[in-house]
Ligand binder design. Structure first.
Ligand SMILES: [Zn+2]
Length: 125
């Protein structure tokens, strides 16, 4: 399966499992281990993201910089659904874009998250 097909499959899986509920979003600095440790599901999702970045070839949600190897992650954007507390989607910002004004980050986040939950509402946790 191609990387693109893999990515689509995992997005589709998440869509099905959130089943129309709203999403809770978390923006956490890439080196903020303390915040990750407070949220097991997010820590696990970040670890999964790190372990699979070579094959999934993620890119910065703002500038599209490749984050496929060991580029520094400026921030992670997580989305969880209260109806499915055990799963989280992960997006990432590069170290430059993580310093964008919050309204610009939210603009990119809303675009990404609307792929997961078209027309859905977003809440900052
Ligand atoms: Zn970027």
């Amino acid at each position: 399966m191609s990387n693109r097909a893999q990515r689509r499959a995992s997005v589709a899986d998440f869509k099905r499992r959130v089943s129309g509920r709203h999403l809770l979003t978390y923006l956490i600095d890439g080196d903020d281990e303390a915040s990750l440790d407070r949220h097991t599901v997010l820590r696990d999702a970040a670890a999964f993201w790190q372990a699979n970045r070579a094959s999934r070839k993620p890119c910065c949600i703002a500038c599209k910089l490749s984050l496929a190897s060991d580029e520094a992650v400026g921030a992670f954007l997580f989305a969880t659904s209260p109806g499915s507390p055990g799963i989280a989607s992960v997006s990432a910002l590069c170290s430059t874009c993580s310093h964008l004004p919050l309204d610009q980050i939210e603009h990119h986040a809303a675009r990404i998250l609307s792929n997961l939950l078209p027309g859905g509402r977003f809440e900052d946790a």
